[in-house]
Write a protein that binds this ligand. Structure first.
Ligand SMILES: NC(=O)CC[C@H](N)C(=O)O
Length: 317
């Protein structure tokens, strides 16, 4: 059964979706836990009680609740945008330099990278995204503008930018990411200056977007690579399937298995408290709530996405 069929069987009208999402958003108030990320000091300055839910569907609707107009630090969710652009530039050669296996380790773990000769397990962990950033700075004359243009175009919002405070804070407290980058350089897997690759990576993590921006900007992944609003083909159907596969196996770090088991959607989280989940042929869910569990995934965000997937019957498995 396709998602469209499931959708029409279980939820007959947009009004029903709206009511279901509104009820889940309200109930989520009682399902918070964990703590705001403070290893990047600028992230700790956030009001941790605000939260948002946006669901962008392929028919162009966007159901939005709570602080959906407040931009937040997208952090690792940016790994998706970087990857789309690197896949476009490097084609299959990219997979010589980064693998597609779940890591089973924390997102910023170093040990595995040494065992595996500086080849990151996948592009959704920090080492993999720094490698992707290296590809972007090597292949685009202005990699930051290239990413920004793509993100703005996809979100249909020209005001999106990187948060300077967060960017500077990441630069200042980026020792572990620097260690990952230098280790890869020592194995010959970073081509540009380490500092340039890191600079791009930190800048990209510091992009600030609202939950509705994020949900809208990723609908192409639920639509075979085509932005449903503009009709533009962002990436091929095959690459779309590959990105979703990577999100399904690695997007929630070392909680990806549990997320697949309980929710069953390709998804990506960031330490800013955002989670995006791709629902093929339906749309994109973005939940934002700053307090994180021990894996670095938003506690309340996970609860909301899990509830939506369960109530609307959205698991891809
Ligand atoms: N999981 C994340 O969102 C991590 C991104 C963060 N900028 C870091 O490098 O640690």
């Amino acid at each position: 059964m396709s998602h469209d069929e499931m959708y029409s069987n279980q939820v007959s009208a947009p009004a029903d979706i709206e009511a279901t999402l509104a009820a889940i958003y309200q109930a989520a108030k009682d399902y918070d836990g964990g703590a705001v990320a403070d290893y990047i000091p600028a992230l700790a300055a956030i009001d941790a009680n605000q939260y948002a839910l946006s669901v962008a569907t392929l028919d162009g609707r966007c159901y939005a609740f709570g602080a959906h107009e407040t931009p937040f630090s997208i952090q690792s969710i940016s790994k998706i945008f970087g990857l789309v652009m690197a896949m476009e530039r490097l084609g299959d050669d990219l997979w010589q330099r980064v693998r597609m296996e779940p890591s089973g380790q924390a997102f910023n773990s170093i040990v595995q990278l040494e065992w595996e000769q500086g080849i990151p397990r996948n592009p959704m962990i920090n080492a993999g995204a720094i490698l992707v950033s290296d590809v972007l700075v090597s292949h685009y004359s202005t990699s930051k503008s290239a990413v920004l243009n793509m993100v703005r175009r996809l979100a249909h919002n020209d005001h999106i930018c990187s948060d300077e405070q967060v960017y500077l804070s990441e630069l200042e407290h980026g020792s572990r990411n620097s260690a990952l980058a230098y280790l890869m350089k020592s194995f010959g897997n970073i081509e540009s200056d380490v500092s340039e690759a890191l600079d791009h990576y930190f800048w990209q993590c510091s992009l600030a977007m609202t939950s509705s921006d994020l949900a809208r900007s990723l609908t192409f992944l639920a639509n075979g690579g085509v932005d449903p609003l503009s009709g533009q083909q962002l990436c091929s159907k095959r690459d779309t399937q590959r990105i979703n596969a990577l999100l399904g196996t690695s997007g929630m770090y070392d909680q990806s298995g549990q997320f697949a088991f309980e929710v069953g959607l390709p998804a990506k989280s960031g330490v800013g408290g955002g989670i995006v989940a791709i629902v093929p042929s339906f749309g994109v869910i973005c939940a934002w709530s700053p307090r994180l569990n021990s894996f670095g995934n938003s506690s309340r965000g996970m609860w909301m996405v899990r509830e939506i997937a369960s109530k609307l019957g959205l698991s891809v498995y």
